[in-house]
Design a binder for this molecule. Structure first.
Ligand SMILES: Cc1cc2nc3c(=O)[nH]c(=O)nc-3n(C[C@H](O)[C@H](O)[C@H](O)COP(=O)(O)OP(=O)(O)OC[C@H]3O[C@@H](n4cnc5c(N)ncnc54)[C@H](O)[C@@H]3O)c2cc1C
Ligand code: FES
Length: 274
């Protein structure tokens, strides 16, 4: 079975900057010794200081984040992470200052399978799930594969992340403040009507991924889904991230987080999260 061998260590990368981008934060960090990651892989992140160090201080465990961009730099990798502040971990990371330490383990897991395929790639992202699609788009452009990016956000503040993409992504919002008021699966349905030979690579909240899975299953469209579940270790030791598939339970951190949609009966996992 395919496995990723990440460097077995917690390293400290230096933060190069934290930028506010509408409702999100973009964190840049220099990973001086790490290997270059593949789109769809992830890192377990924590701040070097102020992360569960004192009594009552939260969070205790690192948190999982997909890299949004990665560029080779001076023997290491310059990484960008896009995050939405939803709790103590993302809160700590969002206030890091340039020069501070970002502790990381990774790159972990199995990312998107980028073997060249006939037909266009449709990249479908919802909310903070657009993060891994940024480096995925770059890679497809680099390898001259035709790609179209379809994005859905809650509001105009969240939709500012669309500006990070290279091409002209199609954008819809829940409130109609940018693009038309629709879910991104409506855009996907229209694209598949026009081009039934396309294949799909998607990341977003579970209800969106389940709608993408069901639509692709109905049309026999090949689809890869970058999934999420609560991850405590990130490298296969705790079984906190198991999800049900047609082949039984899988640990999403080592067997995923990207899975072929046909392996799933549903992308909604009861009891997932933490
Ligand atoms: C492979 C992977 C890649 C990820 N990439 C990114 C990324 O690029 N950017 C980003 O912002 N986030 C990403 N996440 C999500 C991020 O790891 C979680 O939101 C994390 O728990 C946030 O930590 P916190 O301490 O801020 O909030 P927490 O205290 O952990 O959680 C805050 C709230 O979110 C809910 N919640 C958190 N995680 C989950 C989950 N997995 N399923 C269901 N509910 C949940 C909690 O119940 C709570 O209500 C990724 C997760 C995975 C597994
Ligand atoms: S997160 Fe620990 S086994 Fe997957």
């Amino acid at each position: 079975m395919e496995r990723t061998l990440a460097p077995p260590e917690r390293r400290v990368a230096r933060v190069s900057g934290v930028e506010r981008l509408g409702s999100y934060h973009l964190i840049g960090a220099e990973d001086a010794t790490g290997p270059e990651p593949q789109p769809g892989q992830f890192y377990m992140l924590s701040s070097e200081r102020g992360w569960g160090g004192r009594e009552g201080e939260r969070p205790y465990l690192p948190r999982a984040f997909s890299h949004a961009r990665a560029r080779a730099s001076d023997g290491g990798v310059a990484l960008d992470f896009l995050l939405e502040v939803v709790g103590p971990g993302t809160g700590c990371l969002s206030v890091l200052a340039p020069g501070e330490g970002l502790a990381l383990v990774g790159p972990l897991g199995l990312g998107f399978d980028l073997e060249a395929r006939a037909g266009r790639a449709l990249l479908v992202g919802g909310g903070i799930g657009v993060a891994p699609l940024l480096c995925l788009e770059e890679q497809l452009v680099r390898t001259r594969q035709e790609a179209r990016v379809l994005l859905g956000f809650r509001t105009a503040g969240h939709a500012q992340a669309a500006a990070l993409f290279m091409g002209e992504p199609a954008v819809v919002t829940d409130d109609g403040s940018v693009g038309r008021q629709a879910f991104v699966t409506e855009l996907l349905r229209e694209e598949l009507d026009a081009d039934p030979a396309a294949h799909v690579l998607a990341c977003g909240p579970p209800p969106m991924l389940e709608a993408v899975r069901a639509l692709c299953a109905e049309r026999e469209t090949p689809a890869q889904l970058a999934l999420e579940s609560g991850m405590a270790c990130g490298f296969g030791a705790c079984f906190g991230c198991v999800v049900p598939t047609r082949e039984g339970y899988l640990r999403l951190c080592v067997d995923g987080p990207v899975l072929n949609a046909e392996r799933l009966e549903s992308a909604l996992f009861p009891g997932a999260g933490h």
